[in-house]
Write a protein that binds this ligand. Structure first.
Ligand code: DAH
Length: 368
């Protein structure tokens, strides 16, 4: 309906000059089969010194009684030709796109060349191994957002407003989103899991964490952590020790629990530490030496920090609204946090954390 009105309007406005322009340029545009050619026509017509542009520029020099009709006529012609140009342009672009699709057709059913088969990234391998390990021991996997709130990252975890980790030089805050940040640790998942699933609970969460660190051999602004937590009636620090010794035995292929039972010195030490969300807090060091390509735990190596852990602070439970178990006994449990890159670097002798991310195919082939 609208089109018809436009067409009528147009024919009323167009005189012999307009008709001549349409007759000259219309067929040229219609006959174009190439986008570059179409653009040349556009420039010749309505570019800076195009034919129609020139005519429009001359309008003010016409006698006033002719100016209005001539203006209407030229602008109507311009409208018609511009529409034609844009219709043809769309048509030609779609033909060109179809041609590109035809040329770039990819047969996804072709078998790949064996030497190009992908390998799982070292971090993926370790994360998968750890997930399987914990799932086989009754832990559920929790996933949560990387952009989180100050409550989940700090307040809920008993980290007060003046805690140094909350400063902007350590934490990446989201611009124009008050209270939102990139999580600095996966401990956020304790808060999310306790407050949504309640107690008892036994879970892990693996994922990316972010810190405002300059890149060097041991720091990247993005790295990965695994957070584990167990809150069940009767859980004590002894359970935490056993759980983490068993985990280290699995990671480093030794039987630390059996060594401890035999009364031998074990190359693992539990060192008192401080985290706001655990009390008491502990850091675990392993005595490591390197044999062949793999790390060995033995008493004649060097002590290295492996992970942080502790008994979950009562304030954390309180902040999640879970202060007791169903039987009325106070909530209790332990938690731990491990850097995945750190484990990978120790275990496989990777000396520079940047190697995980620089996408060197030789490195990926070697460690994949
Ligand atoms: N969130 C700590 C960090 O990023 C790691 C950690 C330490 C987690 C002790 C824990 C814990 O659950 O108990 O450095």
């Amino acid at each position: 309906m609208n089109d018809k009105t436009n067409a009528q309007q147009w024919s009323e406005n167009i005189g012999s000059t307009g008709r001549a322009l349409l007759d000259e340029w219309g067929p040229q545009i219609d006959a174009t089969s190439d986008l570059a050619e179409l653009d040349r026509i556009r420039v010749g017509l309505i570019g800076k010194s195009g034919v129609l542009t020139q005519k429009l520029r001359e309008l003010p020099t016409l006698p006033p009684e002719k100016r209005r009709d001539a203006g209407l006529e030229l602008n109507t012609v311009r409208e018609i030709l511009e529409k034609k140009l844009s219709d043809i342009k769309l048509k030609l672009e779609s033909i060109e796109f179809d041609n590109i699709l035809k040329q770039e057709y990819l047969d996804v059913t072709l078998p790949c060349r064996p030497q190009q088969a992908g390998k799982r990234h070292l971090l993926t391998q370790i994360s998968d191994e750890l997930t399987l390990y914990f799932c086989s021991r009754g832990f559920k996997v929790f996933e949560g957002p990387e952009v989180d709130t100050e409550f989940h990252c700090f307040d809920g975890l008993n980290m007060p407003a003046h805690h140094p980790a909350r400063q902007e030089q350590d934490t990446l805050y989201i611009k124009d989103a008050p209270g939102k940040l990139l999580r600095v640790h996966t401990s956020t998942m304790q808060i999310r899991a306790f407050s949504t699933c309640g107690l008892p609970i036994r879970g892990i969460s693996i994922g990316s964490v972010f810190r405002n660190d300059a890149v060097d051999a041991t720091h990247t602004p993005l790295f990965h952590q695994i957070e584990g937590f167990v809150a069940e009636p009767g859980i004590t620090m002894a359970h935490m020790k056993y759980c983490l010794l068993d985990l280290l035995s699995f990671l480093f292929k030794v039987d630390l629990c059996e060594m401890a039972e035999r009364g031998e010195d074990i190359p693992v030490r539990f060192r008192p530490s401080f985290f706001p969300f655990t009390e008491p807090s502990v850091e675990i060091d392993c005595c490591c030496s390197r044999g062949n390509d793999e790390l060995k735990l033995s008493m004649d190596g060097t002590w290295m920090e492996i992970l942080g852990c502790g008994m979950i602070h009562p304030n954390v439970f309180k902040n999640c609204g879970v202060e007791s178990f169903a039987d009325g006994t106070p909530a209790q449990g332990f938690a731990f946090g491990i850097g995945i890159e750190r484990i990978a670097m120790l275990k496989y002798g990777v000396t520079d954390i940047r190697h995980f991310y620089d996408g060197d195919m030789r490195w990926l082939q070697h460690y994949g």
